[in-house]
Design a binder for this molecule. Structure first.
Ligand code: SF4
Length: 251
C-alpha cells in the first residue's frame, strides 16, 4: 500500500478492509496502478483489428498460447478479406491450438464479413458499433477500446470496464459487487472509478488476478492491497468470491 496509510476523509480514521467500498476503491486502484505500471494488454497486437482477433481467440485459453498462435496468424491473415479468402477448415487448423477452434473460426469469419460489409474493413472504435459485430459483447469491445483507442474510450458514453473472469473474481473479493452478471459487475465498477481509469482499472485488476490473487490459492501474504481487502485469508476473512472454483483460473 501507499507509504502513508489512507484515512477516512470525515473522521480522519485510517482506512481499513471494513471501510466503505467507495473509500477503498481509489486507494486499491492507485496501489495496483503503481505496482503494474498502469497496466498493459498481454495479447500481442499492432492494430485494433489484431487485438479484436486476439481477444476472440483468447476465450478459454491463455495469452501466452494466443501470442504463439498470432505470431504467424497475423502474417498470414493481415486483413478481414484474408480470413474469408481461405476455407473455414484451413482457418480452423491455423487456430486449433487455441481451443474451441471451430466456434472461433466461425466467429472470426462472421466478424470479418461484418467489418467488410458495414465498416469498410476497419474496426469501428465505439461501443455502440463494436457490439453490432457478431459474437462481440461488451467485454471484448471494452478490451479493444482500452487497448487500441483509450482516447475514444474516454469520449464514448457507452464504453466501460472489461469484465473477465479475473475482474469478476477480484471485484467480489474486494467487496465491490455482489453480482454474478458481468453487465451488473461492470455497472458497479463504473460507479467506483473515474472514467479516465476504466481502461487501466480492468488491466491492472486482471494482472493482479493472474499474478497474486489466484482463483484457488490467493497469495494474500504477498498482496499489496491486503490491508484494504475484506477477503484477506491471512486476516481470517471469508473469501467473498466463493464461486472462484467454478470460475476457474484461465482467461
Ligand atoms: S488480500 Fe488476498 S483475496 Fe484480497 S486481493 Fe489480495 S490476494 Fe486477493
Amino acid at each position: 500500500m501507499d507509504p502513508e496509510t489512507p484515512e477516512t476523509p470525515r473522521t480522519g480514521r485510517p482506512l481499513d478492509r471494513d471501510s466503505g467500498k467507495t473509500l477503498r476503491a481509489p486507494h486499491i486502484l492507485a496501489a495496483l496502478m503503481a505496482t503494474y505500471g498502469g497496466g498493459h494488454i498481454e495479447l500481442d497486437h499492432s492494430s485494433p483489428f489484431e487485438l479484436l482477433i486476439a481477444t476472440v481467440l483468447s476465450a478459454q485459453s491463455t495469452d501466452k498460447k494466443i501470442n504463439e498462435i498470432t505470431a504467424t496468424l497475423f502474417v498470414k491473415y493481415p486483413t478481414p478479406e484474408a480470413y474469408l479468402a481461405v476455407d473455414e477448415e484451413e482457418l480452423q487448423d491455423d487456430i486449433r491450438a487455441s481451443g474451441f477452434f471451430r466456434q472461433k473460426a466461425k466467429s472470426i469469419r462472421g466478424i470479418c464479413q461484418a467489418l467488410i460489409e458495414d465498416f469498410d474493413g476497419e474496426v469501428p472504435l465505439s461501443m455502440a458499433e463494436l457490439v453490432t459485430l457478431p459474437g462481440v459483447a461488451r467485454k471484448t469491445a471494452n478490451v479493444v477500446l482500452a487497448g487500441s483507442a483509450p482516447e475514444a474510450l474516454l469520449e464514448d458514453p457507452d464504453a466501460g470496464i472489461a469484465v473477465d473472469t479475473h475482474v469478476t473474481r477480484l471485484a467480489k473479493r474486494f467487496g465491490f459487487t455482489r453480482h454474478d452478471d458481468p453487465v451488473k459487475i461492470e455497472r458497479d465498477l463504473m460507479r467506483l472509478f473515474d472514467k479516465a481509469d476504466y481502461g487501466p482499472a480492468s488491466l491492472v485488476i486482471i494482472l493482479h488476478g493472474r499474478r497474486v490473487c489466484d482463483a484457488l490459492r490467493p497469495r494474500c501474504g504477498a498482496c499489496i492491497v491486503e490491508p484494504l481487502c475484506p477477503s484477506s485469508l491471512i486476516a481470517g476473512r471469508r473469501d467473498k468470491a466463493r464461486q472462484a472454483k467454478a470460475l476457474g483460473a484461465i482467461d
